[in-house]
Design a protein around this ligand. Structure first.
Ligand SMILES: [Ca+2]
Ligand SMILES: [Ca+2]
Length: 354
């Protein structure tokens, strides 16, 4: 009986709501609504909000700071499945989907399409559009020798091509054998340049593609403001991602005593000069000291609640001197995500990377 009364009551309520709702709608079309979350304005339509430009990046919110990215991948002897081409493809997707970079500003040159002439064309294309407010990122992964990379690109030529581009900064990362040899050739240009030899994929990782890297770069190596600058990435790379002198010497020693097949090696282990050239230390060159002023994207891969918990834990580790490395804190971050009810996929990514 009681159940039935409740049922009837509910039906009456429903009918009333429909009738009244219908009437109200026709009489007063502009009922006050729940306040919607205020959208972040992007006055100059460069994919970075006014708030972010004013408060975090220090860019002018009234002047577009367009971003142009060129991916160059040339390692023909690797089949697609084992190559890093798919990594770059996903990075390109990250920049457009999460970083607000229009797909038209991203040029992808892979394998047979990665040659001196396609790279030069891509640079020409960017040079036509870019201004001294824009940010240009060229990410290279290829086979390499002391003077250039596979696809027939010499560092000397690349240096000249890059000088056609007007930009706030031109960031170049080179992941290839002898990549460090590019540093003295490329480090200086008409517009500020940041050149980074090795660990190119960790740039996208650090700005939010890798849930393990992002908080460490921002909190341990930076100011913890919730976004990652190139200066913070530089600190992280130097401390954790580059091989130390000791490790390099160890590698040289290892190859001096190498007794296996020598034909596959990119150097002659009996020639100490070649070995020295090959095992140059990795480095980020920033002669203009502009890295602190450069933010590639406006993005944080965590919710506010997640991030405040992660930040608290990392700061505590840092203060107690217990922080060791980005891989040591991965489980900590995934535990916090689990507690905050994140999806299985994100928890897994925090453990193992993207
Ligand atoms: Ca803007
Ligand atoms: Ca702007």
């Amino acid at each position: 009986m009681r159940k039935k009364v409740i049922q009837i009551f509910l039906i009456v309520c429903l009918v009333l709501t429909l009738v009244l709702g219908g009437c109200t709608r026709s009489e007063t079309p502009n009922l006050p609504e729940e306040p919607a979350p205020k959208p972040l304005l992007d006055f100059d339509e460069d994919g970075l909000s006014d708030w972010f430009e004013e408060n975090i990046a220090g860019y002018n919110p009234n002047v577009p700071n367009n971003r142009y990215i060129i991916f160059y991948y040339q390692v023909l002897d690797l089949p697609y499945e084992t190559s890093h081409q798919s990594v770059m493809e996903r990075e390109a997707q990250f920049f457009s989907e999460k970083g607000g970079v229009p797909p038209a500003n991203i040029i992808e040159l892979y394998q047979e399409n990665a040659t001196a002439s396609t790279l030069k064309n891509a640079i020409d294309e960017v040079a036509k559009k870019s201004t001294e407010n824009d940010i240009v990122f060229l990410r290279i992964e290829a086979h390499g020798g002391p003077s250039g990379i596979s696809g027939g690109v010499s560092y000397k030529e690349l240096d000249e091509w890059l000088n056609q581009i007007k930009a706030k900064v031109i960031l170049v990362t080179i992941e290839s054998c002898y990549g460090q040899c590019a540093l003295p050739i490329l480090e200086n240009g008409d517009y500020p340049r940041i050149i980074c030899a090795t660990v190119g994929s960790d740039i996208a990782g650090s700005i939010g593609r890798d849930l393990r890297f992002f908080p460490v770069v921002d909190v341990i190596y930076g100011d913890g403001n919730g976004y990652v600058s190139l200066e913070e990435i530089k600190g992280f790379f130097e401390e954790e991602r580059f091989l130390t002198r000791e490790e390099l010497e160890g590698l040289k020693e290892y190859f001096r005593n190498w007794e296996g097949d020598r034909t596959g090696l990119p150097f002659n282990p009996d020639n100490p000069e070649q070995l020295d050239l090959y095992y140059l230390p990795s480095e980020v060159k920033d002669l203009s000291n502009i890295a602190p002023e450069i933010y590639l994207v406006e993005y944080n891969p965590f919710t506010q609640k997640e991030y405040s918990e992660i930040k608290k834990s990392l700061l505590e580790l840092r203060e107690k001197g217990l922080y060791q490395s980005v891989f040591e804190t991965a489980s900590l971050i995934s535990e916090i995500l689990e507690k905050e009810g994140a999806s299985e996929e994100r928890i897994w990514q925090a453990k193992t990377g993207p």
